[in-house]
Design a protein around this ligand. Structure first.
Ligand SMILES: CCCCC/C=C\C/C=C\C/C=C\C/C=C\CCCC(=O)SCCNC(=O)CCNC(=O)[C@H](O)C(C)(C)COP(=O)(O)OP(=O)(O)OC[C@H]1O[C@@H](n2cnc3c(N)ncnc32)[C@H](O)[C@@H]1OP(=O)(O)O
Length: 267
């Protein structure tokens, strides 16, 4: 139990918010705790050569693979000490909205294979896929908390909508002090990709068009709000907006086309 409290910034300990976060952590984590008092998410590393095959291109990488001490994959879509107060506020807002089932927090793991069987919405996408234990999801590729993509997604199934509470870290810098546009494209793609997967199963991005309206300061918190607008045969049309946490600044607007795949194995 102590290890879970340590995930929450100490300044929050007496606040109502900390109660919410703490309660949520307790309810979402029923995994057994380590007996030695160490954090459940203490990281253990090993190194080994693996082969990554993508679109016919083969390359050898040496990667480090991360596991929680309990042996369970770490869910990165839960609060950690790098999350700002603004990030926690938005997270708690959507956790509240999830209590009646309208919204659903999407767990997030470092490896695609760790997601298999854990989230029924995405089971169709993951079943039958060839997934290596040693590759990493791009947005979860950094070991240190807070340096890259800190985010949590919430799905609204009836609205075919996904929101991502997102805090870009310093390794995503483009212009000094601001997030690189490519990182913004990546979080948009992943957010609407989640929507597209929900409605259509296996999909790939065919087109993504982004208007960058206002730069995103590093360390700020934004809400990436994407939804499916319509499906025509195999084509899934989506749109997305990126707003500042206070809803006052529109950072980016996007439209996208995803194509439903019959099978990834043919490529
Ligand atoms: C997000 C997390 C949620 C949580 C999930 C939990 C666990 C999940 C674990 C892992 C999930 C991983 C990632 C999350 C998901 C998404 C985020 C990343 C998504 C990407 O980052 S993915 C990489 C970039 N992506 C590519 O690397 C695609 C390269 N590309 C191709 O592989 C082909 O190009 C393809 C397959 C797209 C289509 O090929 P194809 O042969 O199947 O289909 P075809 O060409 O026949 O087109 C059929 C109809 O679409 C029209 N059409 C096609 N392309 C168009 C275009 N660009 N503009 C306008 N119309 C277009 C045609 O005109 C025709 O239209 P019509 O039927 O009317 O004639």
């Amino acid at each position: 139990m102590l290890s879970q409290v340590q995930c929450v910034p100490s300044s929050l300990c007496c606040s109502f918010l900390s109660q919410l976060v703490f309660t949520r952590l307790l309810s979402e984590n029923s995994r057994p705790q380590p007996s030695n008092g160490a954090s459940r998410d203490t990281e253990v590393f090993f190194h080994g050569p693996v082969h990554l095959c993508t679109a016919g291109v083969r390359a050898a990488f040496v990667l480090s693979t991360q596991f929680s001490q309990s042996g369970q994959p770490k869910d990165y879509a839960l609060p950690n000490a790098s999350w700002s107060q603004g990030m926690l506020n938005l997270y708690n807002e959507f956790v509240e909205k999830s209590k009646d089932g309208t919204w659903k927090r999407i767990p997030s793991y470092r490896h695609s294979s760790d997601s298999r069987g854990k989230e029924s919405y995405f089971l169709q996408f993951l079943e039958g896929e060839k997934m290596s234990k040693d590759t990493r999801l791009f947005l979860r590729s950094l070991d240190e908390e807070g340096l890259g993509f800190e985010y949590v997604m919430f799905l609204n199934p009836s609205e075919k909508r996904m929101v991502t509470v997102y805090q870009p870290g310093p390794y995503l810098e483009g212009h000094p002090g601001f997030a690189h546009g490519g990182s913004t494209a990546a979080i948009i793609d992943s957010t609407i990709g989640g929507c597209a997967i929900f409605v259509a199963g296996r999909v790939m991005t065919a087109n993504l068009s982004i208007d960058f309206k206002n730069p995103i300061p590093l360390g700020s918190v934004v809400l990436v709000d994407g939804k499916v607008n319509r499906m025509e045969g195999r084509k899934v049309f989506l749109s997305c907006q990126v707003w500042s946490a206070d809803g006052q600044t529109l950072h980016a607007e996007a439209t996208a086309l995803f194509i439903q795949l019959d099978s990834l194995s043919r490529r």
